[in-house]
Design a protein. Structure first.
Lengths: 185, 237
């Protein structure tokens, strides 16, 4: 916990310096978080070249927008990861990356709790979200996790899960509502 | 479409999840600019769902990514990157910053809210942004460049009328030199400013607008004479 706090303090210090157009701080920031961000972009896009472009775009935005970071938006790392995630999603959609029902996607679903869920939420800090994910039924949880990790749209989810579009939309929405009520408790 | 709290809640969640896409995604980004509630919902989900990324394995990106970033940020306009150019720019900004700090102490701190960029496939860039004030949840004005980039639109959202006998005047804060007036702007309604080649170029370089409080009809000198009330940075759409 304290290690991660220190890390966030470092990132905060770097972000403040970046907002003052400190080039060295920007390079340090890149070195501190780019692997973490690239891993996420790569997992989401499933394509190396797209993930590299998205990472580049994300850092261009971070450079221009560092002064707009504030703590209501979450920890510095989370804020930067969100930027990288949106850039990746935008590029996937712009380049029409279709996520077909590949074996990899289906494997995660069959794995259920041993799939993307537990693997990603092992760390102690995420216990609350894990608890809340357990309140969803399997279809709701899989729909949400596939959207999150693979960037699937409703149409793609319907294809991958071999279910009608309306049903899939309702799984996502009901799942999100349940999740929110649980997270707010 | 009605912006009920339930609807905002659901759209924010789907926005962060990524399942909201296409026009619906763009429309929601617009809502985010206009509604503090929508932004708060998005931030809530970014933090909660963001924890799902915590254990995604890190992968070192190739060094070409950093090279491209550096190249795009600092080696494009070579005279801009040169230290003398920068020092000059700072000197030219001097008129501006003392007024700015005075504004800050008067507790009218302004923050530009960021519009998240949609796909960058469109070749021509258009600027967009909002003039906001920290103690007001809605933006004062929304700003967007339209047409071929020669028209700047200001849509009043929460701006209140200037004091009696005063007018708001809009300025481009260029990278170098004195601010360029874009004329007096009304507090309400939709206002359009036609950009000349000169103002358009200055704005596309600095992307910075400012609003000052001036005597009726605008500054008599051609430079800001009253306090700088707001500063906003625009972003590429």
């Amino acid at each position: 916990m304290s290690h991660s706090d220190t890390n966030q303090d470092d990132l905060m210090r770097l972000l403040v310096a970046v907002s003052r157009e400190d080039h060295d701080a920007f390079h340090q920031l890149y070195q501190s978080v780019s692997s973490k961000m690239f891993g996420m972009c790569l997992k989401l896009a499933g394509q190396r070249d797209l993930a590299e472009d998205a990472l580049q775009e994300a850092f261009i935005q971070i450079w221009h927008r560092a002064r707009e970071y504030h703590t209501d938006r979450g920890m510095p790392l989370g804020w930067m990861m969100s930027i990288a995630r949106y850039r990746t999603l935008d590029m996937m959609r712009a380049r029409k990356v279709r996520r077909s029902g590949s074996e990899e996607d289906l494997e995660h679903i069959e794995d259920g709790r041993e799939g993307p869920l537990d693997e990603s939420l092992r760390s102690a800090g995420e216990a609350r979200l894990t608890g809340c994910l357990d309140e969803l039924n399997d279809a709701q949880r899989d729909s949400i996790l596939l959207s999150y990790y693979k960037g699937l749209t409703h149409d793609e989810l319907a294809h991958v899960l071999n279910s009608p579009l309306g049903t899939v939309k309702s799984w996502v929405r009901r799942g999100l509502i349940t999740l929110k009520r649980c997270l707010e408790r | 479409m009605k912006k009920t709290p339930e609807r905002i809640e659901m759209l924010a969640a789907e926005y962060v999840l990524g399942s909201l896409h296409g026009l619906a995604r763009k429309r929601f980004e617009r809502w985010m600019m206009e509604s503090a509630k929508a932004r708060e919902e998005v931030w809530f989900w970014e933090q909660k769902l963001g924890s799902l990324s915590a254990d995604v394995p890190a992968v070192t990106p190739p060094s070409s990514v950093w090279d491209s970033i550096e190249n795009r940020l600092w080696q494009k306009g070579s005279q801009k990157a040169a230290p003398t150019g920068k020092a000059q720019a700072r000197a030219n900004h001097r008129w501006f910053w003392p007024s700015w700090s005075a504004v800050a102490t008067a507790a009218a701190v302004v923050m530009a809210f960021v519009l998240i960029q949609p796909s960058s496939e469109v070749p021509q860039t258009q600027l967009s942004g909002a003039i906001v004030q920290t103690d007001t949840s809605d933006p004062l004005w929304l700003v967007s460049e339209t047409g071929q980039g020669n028209l700047l639109k200001l849509r009043s959202v929460a701006a209140s009328a200037a004091d009696t006998g005063k007018d708001y005047e809009l300025w481009i804060v260029p990278e170098n030199g004195q601010p360029l007036s874009l004329g007096v702007i009304p507090a309400g309604g939709l206002h359009e400013v036609i950009l000349t080649d000169k103002t358009r170029q200055a704005l596309s370089q600095s992307r910075t607008l400012a609003i000052s409080l001036e005597p009726l009809g605008g500054s008599p000198t051609g430079e800001p004479t009253g306090p700088i009330l707001h500063v906003a940075q625009l972003y590429e759409l």
